[in-house]
Design a protein around this ligand. Structure first.
Ligand code: GCO
Ligand code: MG
Length: 402
């Protein structure tokens, strides 16, 4: 069996997505997501110039060897561009293998470990009252777990609060929008939000929150401590994790569970955090961390330390990543939760998929492969549009983490 062709499809049904399609001499094709939000064309160039030529003529069944070739063969290891490209190839090859086997991907990985994949949705509001109402809307939609982000009094912009509600898109401009950040205002407000949410809805639902890399370790420790009475499912990206040791300080002060890793690319980025039991959930997902092949390795390491998975699932990960992640989630023994930020109907139409939502759970479906396809004719109607994520500055103009 041979790979005969591979091509990159860029489409913008409201936001940009990059998809790799691999074709074989047996007529079976597979697709993989290669979207890197705000840096899409870097991955397109990497795939077209450096990866696709090495794939032609290879046996698509040799998923492991092709992964190792992409990783070791690059010499310049790691990084989001390289690992997104490797992930796209890997996802497409697992799709092909599962289609050849006539199995949904989760069956090929080792079979079903659960009946459904618990997801969390994104509730966000301009202020406390609106955010409380939005969480109520998600509860009414059947969600068991909800992430709450709110506008902050006295602060013009806050992370996670979009112009839209069910669908919002942070990569909103061709050049980065500049937002203003004030940690003091955020720390004064956030415990009040969760106090109000528990007062309104009780303790039966899981509540989550994303600090989006904005805090220093000691500030993060303080927030974790202040949130303890409200029993969060997790506090995410409390502080940047380039320095994995920083989490020792947070951990020493709070029992609020910690989640990290949506920006990680490999097992090396989370090795110390996992082995030192400094986190509770690892956020890596298919497209960002080298595909199903590498994500499995991360999950297996995490399992040794009772760290559970919590795959990133924002809208900048295409339905292809969502589909593949749901098969992974259905199989992985140490599953925790899956993020589910809904794609717009336009995106769903470009990527017809087998997965479905019901009662707070996503189900990968029974189609052979990962169950997600691309409608190329429709995709061609939405040409690429430059779009970048915002940046953040402190009130005095200092650059901060967005
Ligand atoms: C999340 C994330 C996203 C990111 C986005 C960047 O937890 O869902 O933090 O909202 O900001 O994926 O492209
Ligand atoms: Mg996040």
């Amino acid at each position: 069996m041979k790979i005969t062709a591979a091509k990159v499809i860029v489409t913008c049904p409201g936001r940009n997505f990059v998809t790799l399609k691999i074709e074989t001499d047996q007529g079976v094709c597979g697709i993989g997501d290669a979207t890197l939000n705000g840096r899409e064309l870097a991955v397109v160039a990497y795939l077209e110039a450096h990866v696709i030529p090495t794939l032609i003529g290879r046996d698509p069944r040799q998923i492991e060897d092709i992964w190792q070739f992409g990783y070791r063969g690059a010499y310049w290891r790691r990084g989001p561009v390289t690992l997104s490209a490797i992930a796209a190839v890997d996802t497409a090859l697992w799709d092909i293998k599962a289609k050849m086997a006539g199995m949904p991907l989760y069956d090929l990985l080792g079979g079903r470990s659960r009946d459904g994949v618990m997801v969390y949705g994104h509730a966000n509001g301009a202020d406390l009252a609106e955010t409380v109402d939005e969480v109520g809307r998600y509860i009414d939609l059947g969600y068991k777990a909800i992430r709450a982000q709110s506008g902050i009094p006295g602060l013009r912009d806050a992370y996670g609060v979009g112009r839209g509600k069910l669908f919002y898109e942070p990569a909103d401009a061709g050049l980065p929008t500049e937002t203003i950040w004030d940690t003091r205002k955020y720390l004064n407000f956030t415990p009040k939000l969760f106090e109000a949410l528990r007062a309104a809805y009780g303790f039966d639902h899981h509540l989550l929150h994303d600090a989006h890399h904005r805090l220093t370790p000691i500030e993060a420790a303080g927030l974790g401590k202040a949130l303890e009475p409200f029993q969060l499912f997790w506090l995410e990206d409390a502080t940047p994790a380039e320095n994995q040791e920083a989490f020792k300080l947070i951990r020493a002060h709070t029992t609020t569970p910690l989640a990290v890793g949506e920006v990680f690319n490999t097992i090396w980025d989370c090795k110390d955090l996992i082995q030192n039991q400094l986190i509770d959930y690892i956020r890596c997902t298919v497209v960002r961390a080298g595909g199903v092949t590498h994500l499995r390795r991360i999950a297996d390491l995490a399992a040794l330390y009772q760290v559970r998975t919590g795959c990133h699932g924002a809208t900048d990960l295409s339905p292809v990543t969502m589909g593949a992640a749901l098969h992974f989630d259905t199989w992985v023994p140490n599953f925790g939760i899956q993020e589910y930020m809904r794609h717009t109907p336009e995106t769903d139409a470009v990527f017809p998929h087998a997965y479905t939502f019901a009662d707070g759970y996503l189900h990968p479906g029974e189609a052979a492969g990962h169950g997600v396809d691309i409608d190329e004719a429709l995709a061609a109607k939405y040409p690429y549009r430059p779009a970048q994520l915002p940046v953040a500055r402190l009130e005095d103009g200092t650059m901060w983490n967005w």
